[in-house]
Design a binder for this molecule. Structure first.
Ligand SMILES: [Zn+2]
Length: 271
């Protein structure tokens, strides 16, 4: 599943090819995504893409009439291709540009979405209650501490709540808690301010590092044969259950929390 770093790398990959370009056509091959593709989406035709930004895992292509909001769901990928490139299975949507290129969405599982938003984007139901962006200055040292008081949920579940902070998906919650030496089962409300400051630093570093690593795949966004975006990463705990901890050589343990796999080191991560 694309996590925040993959979506940010995707944004950087497509931006140079679509920014300030005019939309000539939209092609909807299958509107049945997680939510139906907005029926009035062709209103974007003739508009110029003024900015390519991201909020949480939503890509936002802004025009003067509205914003095209794209989510990659569980399995979506986006490429910028020559508009005449042959269509393959699961190519559900094309945004065709007057420069001869097209932004093409492929999504085998169709949990992604393509929405045309003409209201205030910050008030959109999918965005309005989201927490701060983890790499922005809005995500301060005090943010997690303040939001965690009186919370009895485990800290890992707390971190993965998008209303607290966006983009700390399962991989990054596991990795950041390991680096901060915090037991993922500890109640969020009982973690000290000092440890939250440390954790915040690790969340920012882990996400920034993943984006940096993914940056090497930027050219893939214009290759019609590649599958860009899901880059391999150097992970300390995620996916390494039963293997030795890189720090203490103890065996990493796996548990389930809120239905998601948590891997941690019982020696290095303390309650
Ligand atoms: Zn360890």
């Amino acid at each position: 599943m694309p996590e925040l770093p993959e979506v940010e790398v995707c944004r950087r990959g497509i931006e140079p090819h679509i920014l300030n370009q005019q939309v000539s056509d939209v092609i909807v091959r299958n509107a049945n995504m997680r939510w139906p593709i907005t029926p009035t989406i062709s209103d974007i035709c003739g508009e110029t893409i003024r900015s390519v930004t991201r909020r949480a895992k939503y890509l936002l292509l802004e025009t003067s009439k509205g914003i095209l909001m794209i989510h990659l769901g569980m399995s979506g990928t986006i490429r910028v291709i020559d508009k005449a490139t042959a269509v393959t299975k699961h190519d559900h949507f094309d945004l065709v540009l007057t420069n001869g290129l097209a932004l093409r969405l492929n999504d085998p599982r169709r949990f992604g979405s393509v929405l045309w938003v003409t209201e205030d984007i910050n008030e959109h139901k999918l965005l309005k209650s989201l927490g701060p962006e983890p790499l922005s200055s809005d995500f301060t040292d005090e943010c997690l501490y303040e939001r965690s008081r009186n919370k009895i949920v485990p800290i890992k579940t707390f971190l993965m709540n998008n209303n607290i902070v966006v983009g700390v998906g399962n991989i990054y919650a596991n990795e950041s808690l390991f680096k901060a030496g915090i037991d993922p089962r500890k109640q969020a409300g009982k973690v000290s301010k000092k440890r939250y400051i440390e954790l915040t630093r690790h969340i920012k570093q882990t996400l920034a590092h993943a984006i940096e690593q993914g940056g090497t795949t930027l050219k893939d966004f214009t290759q019609s044969d590649g599958k860009p975006g899901y880059f391999a990463q150097e992970l300390q705990v995620y996916g390494r259950s039963g293997e030795p901890c890189f720090v203490c050589k103890g065996i990493l343990k796996e548990i389930k929390q809120a239905g998601r796999a948590t891997v941690y080191c019982p020696n290095c991560q303390k309650k």
